[in-house]
Design a protein around this ligand. Structure first.
Ligand SMILES: Nc1ncnc2c1ncn2[C@@H]1O[C@H](COP(=O)(O)OP(=O)(O)OP(=O)(O)O)[C@@H](O)[C@H]1O
Ligand SMILES: [Mg+2]
Length: 403
């Protein structure tokens, strides 16, 4: 992600006047409308998961150590002292390793010291309020599958995204973390064109979502699998039909083929024997896994998880994290085997610091509508920035308070 990128101002008006977001819009669109992606929503609460998807410690280490580590940063910027705030925020961008998740973490690159000027705070806001924002971006070594460029979004007088620059590198499991109400779910809605920016742009595989004609937008949405924060399975359909729904809706597949795909996905998430159960017969964790299976049936390039762990106990949360990693790894293998144009990109929104530590290849920390710092998990977990340190360790002492 390039700190210097500038927006094309290509935003547009919100898709519906005074809209309240995905839910309302989907209600307006009706269930059969392809723009209605509410069927991909997921519901949250507690439950068990099949043990067959657990990773061994060795496998987990392999995954974690394979998380691409960006190029060596030559000159780590000082975390901003009061007097150095006008110093350049160094959004180092560089070419790191070539992007193989499994290997190639040894490639080191030098990053030039060319520094971008520190971005101005949003208008009417003191620089002091953004003093923890170093805007530092440790290189991922990958192109971004999704990119936010100087994106602004307000609801009435509430300014939520305030010049957001953020990237989700292709082929990685990224996390967006930040305090409640900072606009994480709003980000997701911009990616799929359910909300439009007031200013700035959101690119998916290089294409501007707000500027897409409707037909392209419908096609682009097929790239995504979504598990929304407050979603649910269709209560009137059994598990099989819930997971088959996107295939029946969006493809010409015959029922035999639908069954193959659905069974493969349900087995993957450990629900192969629960096909005929209705959603209210499933535990919360099972419903999450069912939603995960449903999000995968259209072979999305990008899977978005909005707080997949909310309502789960720590053990189920850990198991779900492992499932996410395992499925990502399988999808990576498949994408390479089939020589797909894009590697699978996952984006997980979570409050759970342990999940971030276990699952993330790449972490974006969002606060006050902008990224404080972003980069490969290892770099972020070693950040010197007190805000990042506090947030990633979940400590009560530090710059972040309840205000
Ligand atoms: N459609 C909308 N209309 C008006 N306000 C909205 C809309 N969508 C989001 N907001 C507001 O934007 C802010 C950010 O919301 P968002 O749901 O993105 O937060 P979040 O970071 O996901 O928080 P949490 O971690 O609690 O889920 C909130 O104050 C919310 O009330
Ligand atoms: Mg949210």
């Amino acid at each position: 992600m390039d700190q210097n990128r500038s927006g094309n101002g290509g935003g547009g008006d919100e898709q519906t006047e005074g809209s309240s977001g995905a839910g309302d819009q989907n209600e307006e669109l009706g269930q059969d409308d392809p723009r209605n992606i509410s069927h991909q929503d997921e519901e949250h609460s507690a439950a068990a998961r099949g043990a067959e998807v657990e990773l061994s410690p060795e496998e987990r280490n392999e995954v974690k150590s394979a998380a691409p580590h960006g190029g060596e940063i030559e000159d780590t910027p000082e975390w901003p002292a009061e007097e150095s705030e006008q110093d350049e925020a160094r959004g180092e961008d560089g070419e790191g390793d070539s992007g193989e998740r499994q290997r190639e973490s040894s490639s080191r690159v030098s990053v030039s010291e060319e520094a971008a000027p520190r971005p101005e705070p949003p208008s009417g806001v003191s620089d002091d309020e953004y003093k923890w924002h170093t805007y530092k971006v440790y290189p991922s070594g990958r192109p971004d599958a999704v990119e936010f460029i100087d994106l602004y979004k307000s609801f009435g007088r509430a300014d939520i995204l305030r010049g957001l620059n953020m990237g989700l590198p292709e082929g990685m499991v990224s996390m967006i973390i930040g305090p409640s109400g900072t606009g994480k779910s709003v980000c997701i809605k911009h990616m799929v064109g359910l909300l439009y920016p007031d200013k700035g742009d959101c690119l998916v595989h290089g294409q501007s979502v707000p500027n897409m004609p409707d037909d392209d937008l419908f096609d682009m949405r097929k790239k995504f699998g979504l598990l929304f924060q407050d979603g649910a399975l269709f209560g009137s359909m059994n598990l099989f039909d819930n997971v088959a729904f996107p295939l029946r809706q969006h493809t010409e597949m015959g029922e035999d083929e639908v069954e193959d795909v659905v069974m493969r996905r349900l087995n993957e998430v450990g629900l192969g024997s629960a096909l005929t159960k209705m959603p209210n017969e499933l535990s919360g964790g099972m419903r999450k896994r069912a939603g995960f299976a449903r999000a995968l049936v259209l072979e999305p390039d990008i899977v978005l998880f909005d707080e997949p762990d909310s309502g789960l106990d720590p053990v189920r949360t850990a198991l779900l994290g492992e499932l996410i990693l395992e499925i990502h790894r399988d999808m990576m293998d498949e994408a390479k085997e089939k020589q797909k144009e894009h590697l699978p990109t996952f984006c997980v929104i979570t409050h759970d610091i342990m999940s971030a530590r276990r699952v993330a290849d790449y972490i974006n920390v969002l606060w006050k509508g902008r990224i404080v710092e972003a980069g490969p998990a290892e770099d972020m977990l070693n950040s010197e920035n007190p805000f990042i340190r506090q947030f990633l360790s979940g400590e009560s002492q530090g710059p972040l308070t309840m205000d």
